[in-house]
Design a protein around this ligand. Structure first.
Ligand code: GDP
Length: 322
């Protein structure tokens, strides 16, 4: 496949070409990797104005309901939305549980939407590296909003926050003492906390929970990338599509402020730099996985174990020949 041709189609917003391009960047084959790098390079001058929003929340909190109705609202404004997933559990379950088209049935049938399930790879790091490229491809394809979804477990929020312009945490209404359930580290990376299910019987609890989080956010150290009233906690009902316009307006306000103050560009520059460093690190580690490297590691390791070589000396010998 001609990468210039594929780049042209992606840049035209061709969703089939975009899907194929993402499959390419997810591939672990060396020749595919080389093509993927060429493809991304060919798209260097494609649009970079998408808003990349990371969205996290535990299973059942309402992520797919939110994405479906939020996405429909975005489309109604004449904008286009792409949904990608980083799924740290796909390795365990053997399949992807996020970004699944069947979970966002209406949205997936819309011409202005693009939904991509999570790649099934074993390492979160590997998934993250490729998802970054998928984000870039969606942006190059002219999507206005790229939502990167993840379940709130372990490190995945941090990973997603690192590839987003802003990070949204979706929470359910809870009893007062459950606030501690959200780790401080997650609060610190959130730009917006949305307390979902603020409807019917749950509305009162949602109001309390939202006030609790608003209070907790005020106690956090002020970050330079925030205007005066951020990060903030808001109530939404994904199911009844309530509060979603407000969320979009807040995202818009935060985006505008960060663009004007230079924080937006600075964050992307930082992300690009650490992406580069991660690529180098991953490539160096991959060199240890070759048959030859394994043999040499095994041989030198045996000599270390036998007391013939000191560990540091053996490491030096290994690296010197690399
Ligand atoms: P996910 O696992 O985070 O993707 O959550 P889902 O979107 O699948 O929602 C889990 C359950 O919560 C479903 O039964 C939804 O109908 C319900 N749900 C989602 N959003 C809301 C909401 O705003 N209000 C209420 N009452 N239920 C909701």
């Amino acid at each position: 496949m001609d990468m210039a041709e594929m780049a042209r189609k992606v840049a035209e917003g061709d969703r089939r070409a975009l899907a194929r391009a993402i499959t390419l960047v997810e591939s672990r084959r060396a020749d595919h990797r080389a093509d993927a790098i060429r493809l991304i390079e060919a798209l260097k001058d494609a649009p970079d104005r998408a808003i990349r929003v990371g969205l996290s929340g535990t299973p059942g909190v309402g992520k797919s309901t939110f994405i479906e109705n939020f996405g429909m609202m975005i489309l109604a404004r004449g904008l286009r939305v792409a949904v990608l997933a980083v799924d740290p559990s796909s390795a365990r379950s053997g399949g992807s549980i996020l970004g699944d088209k069947t979970r966002m049935d209406r949205l997936s049938r819309e011409a202005g939407a693009f939904i991509r399930p999570s790649p099934s790879q074993t390492h979160l790091g590997g998934v993250a590296r490729r998802t970054r490229e998928a984000v870039r491809l969606c942006e190059a394809a002219g999507f206005d909003l790229v939502l990167i979804e993840t379940v709130g477990v372990g490190q995945s929020e941090t990973v997603v926050a690192q590839m987003s312009d802003l990070f949204v945490l979706l929470l359910a209404p809870a009893g007062g003492d459950e606030l501690q359930g959200v780790k401080r580290g997650i609060m610190e990376i959130a730009d917006m906390i949305l307390v979902n299910k603020a409807d019917g019987d749950l509305k009162a609890a949602a109001t309390r929970t939202c006030a609790d989080y608003a209070g907790a956010l005020r106690l956090l150290r002020k970050r330079p990338q925030d205007p005066a009233d951020f990060p903030k906690a808001l109530m939404v009902s994904a199911l009844e599509a309530e509060g979603l316009e407000r969320v979009w307006n807040e995202i818009g306000a935060l985006t505008e402020w960060r663009r004007e103050t230079g924080h937006w560009a600075a964050r992307r520059a930082d992300q690009a730099r650490s992406w580069f460093e991660e690529e180098v690190r991953a490539a160096l580690l991959a060199r240890l996985e070759t048959a030859e490297a394994r043999t040499r590691l095994g041989d030198l390791g045996a000599r270390v174990a036998a007391g013939e070589l000191a560990p540091a000396h053996a490491a030096q010998l290994f690296l010197d020949r690399d």
